[in-house]
Design a protein around this ligand. Sequence first.
Ligand SMILES: [Zn+2]
Length: 243
Amino acid sequence: MAPESQIDILAIAAHRDDVEQTCGGTLLAMQAKGCRTGILDLTRGESGTRGTAAEREAEANEAARILKVTRREALDLPDGNVQNTLENRLKITAVLRRLRPRVVILPYWQGRHPDHYTSATLSYEACFISGLSKLDVPGSNAPPHRPYKILYASLYADVRPTFTVDITPFIEQRFQSLMAYRSQYASQPQGGGLFVPEEDIRERTFASARHYGLLTGVRYAEPFVQKEVGLVDDLMLLPVASI
Ligand SMILES: [Zn+2]
């Protein structure tokens, strides 16, 4: 018999602090419903202008505490050079087979940063091969596992979301999880031209969540895309007013 899942929902992202920006409120909302949530960061942030990888690890752990995730792990893919290789797919597959999430949240598959869109394709393919019964994964003896649902966090994508998740009760916590990355966001002189001050990030975070909330009739929300067509059981229970 296959081992039980270690977590219910796994968010995979290229960089520490990506999940905090795109789907941290959703992880909090699902945790509040009793789900075990997790984060897999594919890189460790060694190429950032500010702070070291060790500082970013401490910050990521603090953010994980604020987001109430059951697990947070990081792989060792090179920051700024995430590549869709068999070796990298197998590294992600080993985590998928061990944690056995039902739902996986990925970055959207198009965008400005190559690490982000490459992580989407790389992780999707890892989800696929993770289910292949004859595929041996180095260093892993866990049985095959394919996630049931793959969702794409589309906050930064120029695309109409399939649905949003209401994060109204969790918006402040989500913002605080981002602020845990003090080496990146606290107002400081180094890299001042590249990084926006904390009050701007607050305004941006809340404005964007408000925008997606307005699209679906709630105050604050996070957007997602799913590739599958949705299935409805009861037309009387469909949310979001049409007019
Ligand atoms: Zn990123």
